[in-house]
Design a protein around this ligand. Structure first.
Ligand code: SAM
Length: 348
């Protein structure tokens, strides 16, 4: 098993700052997403061209850990590990184990989350739970095996992901969320099927509006299946009952049905943008900070580390970068520019 630098005071430990990480628009950053690889074993048609592989480097796990620790010293309270496909990094349980002993500025354990395509989850669910993960999000864009394989371009993928979801439930990960990106002409016929899936499998389903973040050029405003369409489709199955948001920065509009069975959320970054209360900052697999999914550039935090910067230097760089966070995205507006990286190379 790999070993990592002991936690506790780092030789250059940044003293926890009383001033928590905030941007110039007054938004406090509490949520960090770390991509630990931009490799992926799926080639989902709406995400990847199918010709391009990994583009950026993976870093040693200890380096993600060091940067994460500095972020936490500035007020980050939630860390989501993602990719690419994070389960391709075999050191993932060790990273989780180390992250799970970190404490927020208020002395609480971090809220640790993971997004995965679920292909390797059946065998990994138990080790992830044992390493300190308590909940998980699995991406799944159809509950029809043939349709799913056409989307992922991997034969047999549906059964593997379904097995992974069930293994996650058995391992006690709670909640298990299933993320479904809806694209017109691809899978909007799956909305009601996913409602049934939520009820039958005891998982929370999140429908996500398609954003212009693909490697290819697929996105058009017409390709987006909007929140309104989704609620209309769900209501045709059974009467919908709104659920209260979990927190102010909650991105999903949540529903159950009249009998209380099943939970569905809709994340609508295109038709109901939530930039005004964005609390997120992202670290790419090669150690660059991205202040918005739609940023035109990234900020080389890893460069500071490689040049021998102390934790105070890293903290100062993070503060300067986050201060410049974009006020909002401009999806669908005239002059919109695609971001400098696609989703798989940022970390969703
Ligand atoms: N491989 C992991 C997975 O499949 O969950 C993590 C990375 S993946 C890029 C993270 C999430 O981004 C997935 O749920 C995927 O469906 C979503 N995603 C990818 N491209 C997207 C797009 N253009 N718009 C909205 N969501 C997208």
């Amino acid at each position: 098993m790999a070993t990592y630098p002991a936690l506790g005071p780092h030789p250059h430990a940044a003293a926890p700052s009383r001033e928590r990480l905030t941007d110039r628009h007054g938004r406090r950053m509490t949520d960090l997403r770390i991509s630990i690889t931009d490799r992926c074993n799926y080639k989902c048609v709406y995400c990847r061209t199918g010709n391009e592989g990994a583009v950026y480097a993976d870093l040693p796990i200890a380096d993600y850990l060091r940067m994460a620790r500095v972020f936490v010293s500035l007020g980050i309270e939630k860390i989501r590990l993602t990719g690419g496909e994070p389960l391709l990094r075999r050191e993932l349980p060790e990273l989780l184990r180390e992250l799970s002993v970190l404490r927020t500025l208020d002395g609480m354990p971090l809220d640790l989350a993971l997004t995965t395509n679920g292909h390797l989850l059946e065998e990994m669910a138990e080790p992830l739970r044992a390493a300190g993960l308590t909940r998980i999000t699995v991406s799944m864009d159809a509950v029809d095996a043939d349709k799913f394989a056409r989307i992922t371009r991997v034969p047999g993928s549906y059964q593997r992901v379904l097995n992974g979801i069930r293994a996650a439930k058995r391992a006690g990960l709670d909640p298990v969320k299933v993320n479904c990106v809806l694209l017109r002409g691809f899978n909007e016929d799956q909305i009601v099927e996913f409602a049934r899936f939520s009820r039958d499998e005891g998982v929370i389903v999140r429908f996500i509006e398609f954003m212009p973040l693909e490697e290819d050029r697929l996105w058009t405003p017409a390709s987006v299946v909007s929140l309104r369409e989704i609620t209309t489709a769900l209501s045709s199955f059974r009467p919908l009952v709104p659920l209260a948001p979990n927190a102010a920065s909650e991105t999903a509009v949540r529903y159950t049905f009249d009998d209380g069975l099943g939970e569905m959320g809709i994340i609508a970054p295109v038709t109901q943008a939530f930039c005004g209360h964005c609390s997120r900052v992202r670290l790419t697999s090669d150690g660059k900070i991205r202040t918005c999914l739609f940023s035109q550039s990234d900020h080389d935090l890893y460069g500071v580390l490689q040049r021998g910067g102390s934790d105070d230097d890293l903290a100062a760089f993070i503060r300067r970068t986050v201060d410049q966070k974009e006020a909002r995205h401009h999806i669908g507006e005239p002059g919109f520019l695609k971001p400098s990286r696609s989703m798989v190379h940022i970390g969703g």
